[in-house]
Write a protein that binds this ligand. Sequence first.
Ligand code: IPE
Ligand code: IPE
Ligand code: MG
Length: 239
Amino acid sequence: MNDVKCEDLPRHLAIIMDGNGRWAKMRGLPRLAGHRKGADAVRTIVTSCRERGIKVLTLFAFSSQNWSRPLSEVKGLMTLLYTYIKSETAMILDNGIRLTTIGQLDRIPVFARAAVEELVEASESNSDMTLCLSLSYGGREEIVSMARDIGRMCTNGKLAPEDIDANVVENALWSSELGPVDLMIRTSGELRVSNFLLWSLAYSELYFADCMWPDFDESALDRALQSYVKRQRRFGAVV
Ligand code: IPE
Ligand code: IPE
Ligand code: MG
């Protein structure tokens, strides 16, 4: 990426890290082996994004709908979340990365949640890159929560319905401080959004990689970024 200027890169990159299970299945391994390998890919991609000067990286780690998976897989994913946080604490703090989350964190088991919350607090003043983990996150769930909050403001007399505009909506979303997504990458060849960041994806560029998430490496990331910098974004206007 030496030929690409930092200001041309997406400010906000969001990734649907998909295909861990299929990666494992192709190798005759249990799904959890794929998730473990997927955590290694997270390490690589976080470091690569930090090096390239991406300001916000949002990773879809666990969806609201993923609770419906077998309990053993859910437990394994929660343990991996804990292990990931513990093993990456020094890297995150030393590299000026601020950790944040979106989603229903209160649904995450306390041992993993406490580790996440501790690092969110410890990294609070870092400003070189924001790493946002989507945990028990769903775009529709986020919209429902926003609607409830705005509804409450209206019934409390703090807001008039006719004053609800895009800014009010945005400010009431979990993802409001992250800003719009510039580039959304999904691995595994699936061509869908799967309830990720529904509001913030409005004008995002989409990139679908055929490889499974554990195989998504630095050069795969660079291919996606190269594709992004070549695109012309119009936002509905004539340019
Ligand atoms: C993504 O990989 C990780 C999570 C959803 C937690 P999957 O587990 O969805 O892998 P596939 O899509 O079944 O291959
Ligand atoms: C989206 O992947 C969620 C995450 C990557 C965490 P899924 O594997 O859950 O999505 P579907 O089921 O293929 O739509
Ligand atoms: Mg999947």
